[in-house]
Design a protein around this ligand. Sequence first.
Ligand code: CTP
Ligand code: MG
Length: 249
Amino acid sequence: MKTTVAILLAAGSGSRMKSSEKKQYMLLGNKPILYYALQALENSYVSRIFLVVNEGEEDRVQKEYVEKYGFSKVAAIIAGGNERYHSVIKGLEAAEHRRTAKGEAYDRVLIQDSARPFLTPEILQRVSDTLDTHPACVVGMPVKDTIKIADESGFVDHTPNRNLVWAVQTPQAFSYDLALSAYRILREREQELLDQGMVITDDAMVVETLTDTRIKLVEGSYDNIKITTPEDLITAEKILDSLKGSLIR
Ligand code: CTP
Ligand code: MG
């Protein structure tokens, strides 16, 4: 049996949600958004969850979310950073700290956005099956719209073949050593990469750009949305209703 750990990202301010409450704590159904991904991971093959939150929110999250709902796999609650990839590095370093302190062996790591509440056992199974044969994979779906790549002046530069364009989601999952080493390279070369204009928005990019490993795409679900703007929350309520019974609650 492979040991899989999860980094669950719940830092960030949710600026595009434009609400007074940070989006990870807003209610969906009658539970905080953060609850759903935690619950999906708690009821999965994942052994330990490293939960990354905004600095200063660690105690509140421990009491009001982890203890209240009885999540037993949360091994640490860690302060995140300014950018998503900073939060990932902090989560990975906390996992590594625990691994060495306790002499544990971690084979795989799965990185999940708390803003994606509709992580299902089926998606988690496809990720695990893919990692049996590939060191890196990312969940996503083929796009339905035709995508245009624009130039800096807002004109169409070119149109990629729609059959080859995927919108990626989370989980993004890797062999543990690969993720740790790719993110450590990123930490060292961050300024140089930013100066080159790199905009780091997901984990696969880090592995794609800084290692030779190819990333396998895995089928996610069109319901596996990220809650980003207020209208996404309305869509999420509808998805929640339609999934009742099939989500582990
Ligand atoms: N995230 C994080 N640390 C950050 C930024 C984001 O852990 N510094 C997490 C969020 O909690 C979210 C996921 O990464 O689950 C995806 O990020 P996004 O949807 O962009 O969340 P925010 O950055 O909080 O929102 P916005 O970009 O609208 O401000
Ligand atoms: Mg963001």
